[in-house]
Write a protein that binds this ligand. Structure first.
Ligand code: NAD
Ligand SMILES: O=C(O)C(=O)C[C@@H](O)[C@H](O)[C@H](O)COP(=O)(O)O
Ligand code: ZN
Length: 382
């Protein structure tokens, strides 16, 4: 898996719902080929491409992307949103939609999400809504978006009551990943991405967990572009496989290949984000804490061996420093948890671990208040 000989790695995502599939391409320098790739998936009639991004990403890479799109025969438009999680809202989506309406984009045109997961989730949502669906391509530029958010078609926005409460499953036509863009990513954003990467290994693939940990232990995970590209492609392949088997995250499924396992660490992670008004944690950082807490719950319920929990803790530590969390009010977190949108039949469903590489879905009744409080205390204490 880790010895890629080809520079361009391709992962196919099969999406049974749309009776289709799309390709994820991972290649250093791929930004220069976005125009050509987009043209290949949207066909000859498409005239205009609108790039949804933010000032930072556009400032760094907009010129390169535009040039490539022009070479692909597109007239290029851009629409820039505010930076950060608190802009992933219906208001922002509405503004983007107004822009598309006023500029009279047509069904043959294409929307490109260019940035991190915030931009990608919002752009995909807008693409799903405008004219009941415009072709959409993901060009992710954060680690988190390259290994997770750009794959699988979850799009949406946050509401005051919680994360991603409004959205649509809307698959992109292609995902084009240039790992070189990660060189300008601040350490904090890398940490967030590594946390989601650790999640993939933890819930479903021990070898992927080990490979991720090995790259982190090298101390320079971005050092070797080819190794990094191999690892990104391996994460995409892992997620693609889960998505292909359960595209819409069927809530009645409880098996270890259900898409629900990708929510490991998110029950508490999303509550931490909401309880701090999306201002204190990056999503991946909150998931880091969420995994520590869910790992604690797993161990305290006797599902997970303490030694494996220590391995998980150590891997999360390798991902980087998480913001302070021990001052957070338990009642506030509990309040946010009660609004968890993954409740089903009135109770929260927890994604826990049986071991590194295998998750289990457990009913909320098994996790009482005192267990939750103890697990949170243990997880948030550092
Ligand atoms: N749809 C999914 O399946 C899915 C999966 C995981 C996470 N998400 C969502 O993704 C979001 C988090 O995404 P994120 O971690 O990418 O955060 P983000 O989108 O906020 O990006 C992080 C920061 O990095 C900056 N940035 C982006 N690319 C850069 C680059 N190459 N160089 C320098 N700076 C750059 C951005 O401007 C931003 O400030 C959350 O909203 C989360 O809910 C969605
Ligand atoms: O793709 C999925 O499925 C995931 O759960 C991936 C998560 O990392 C991601 O944060 C996702 O947006 C969470 O989805 P949600 O349905 O819990 O909002
Ligand atoms: Zn996530």
């Amino acid at each position: 898996m880790m010895q890629g000989v080809e520079r361009r790695r391709r992962v196919t995502v099969r999406t049974p719902e749309r009776a289709g599939e799309y390709e994820i391409e991972v290649e250093a320098g791929a930004l220069a080929r976005v125009g050509e790739r987009v043209r290949a998936v949207v066909g000859p009639y498409s005239r205009r491409a609108v790039v949804i991004s933010n000032e930072r990403v556009w400032g760094l890479y907009g010129a390169r992307l535009s040039e490539s799109l022009r070479l692909g025969g597109f007239e290029v438009y851009r629409w820039l949103m505010g930076e950060g999680e608190r802009h992933k809202t219906l208001r922002t989506a509405e503004r983007a939609l107004e822009f598309l309406c006023e500029a009279r984009f047509e069904r043959s045109d294409v929307i490109i999400g260019f940035g991190g997961g915030v931009v990608g989730d919002l752009a995909g949502f807008v693409a799903a809504l405008y004219l009941r669906g415009l072709a959409f391509v993901q060009v992710p530029t954060t680690l988190l978006a390259q290994i997770d958010a750009s794959v699988g078609g979850k799009t949406g926005v946050n509401m005051r009551a919680g994360k991603n409460l409004v959205g649509a499953f809307y698959q992109p036509r292609a995902v084009i990943i240039d790992p070189e863009t990660l060189r300008t990513l601040p350490q904090r954003e890398l940490t967030a991405g590594w946390c989601e990467a650790i999640k993939h290994g933890a819930v479903g693939d021990r070898r992927l967990f080990d490979a991720t940990r090995a790259l982190l232990m090298s101390g320079e995970p971005l050092g070797e572009t080819e190794l990094l590209a191999d690892l990104i492609a391996a994460h995409c392949a892992f997620k693609a496989n889960i998505v292909a088997g359960d595209e819409r995250e069927e809530m009645t499924r409880t098996d270890h290949l259900s898409r629900r396992i990708l929510n490991f660490g998110h029950t508490i992670g999303h509550a931490l984000e909401a309880a701090t008004d999306y201002r204190r944690f990056r999503h991946g950082e909150a998931v880091g804490y969420g995994m520590l807490a869910a790992g604690e719950i797993s161990a305290r319920l006797g599902l997970l061996d303490r030694g494996e929990l220590d391995e998980l803790r150590a891997a999360i530590k390798l991902a980087g420093r998480l913001p302070r969390a021990k001052d957070l009010d338990f009642e506030r977190i509990l309040q946010a948890l009660r609004l968890d949108k993954k409740s089903f039949g009135g109770s929260i469903k927890w994604v826990l671990l049986e071991r590194i590489g295998r998750a289990r879905i457990v009913d909320g009744q098994e996790v009482d208040r005192s267990l939750l409080e103890a697990a949170l205390q243990a997880a948030l204490k550092d």
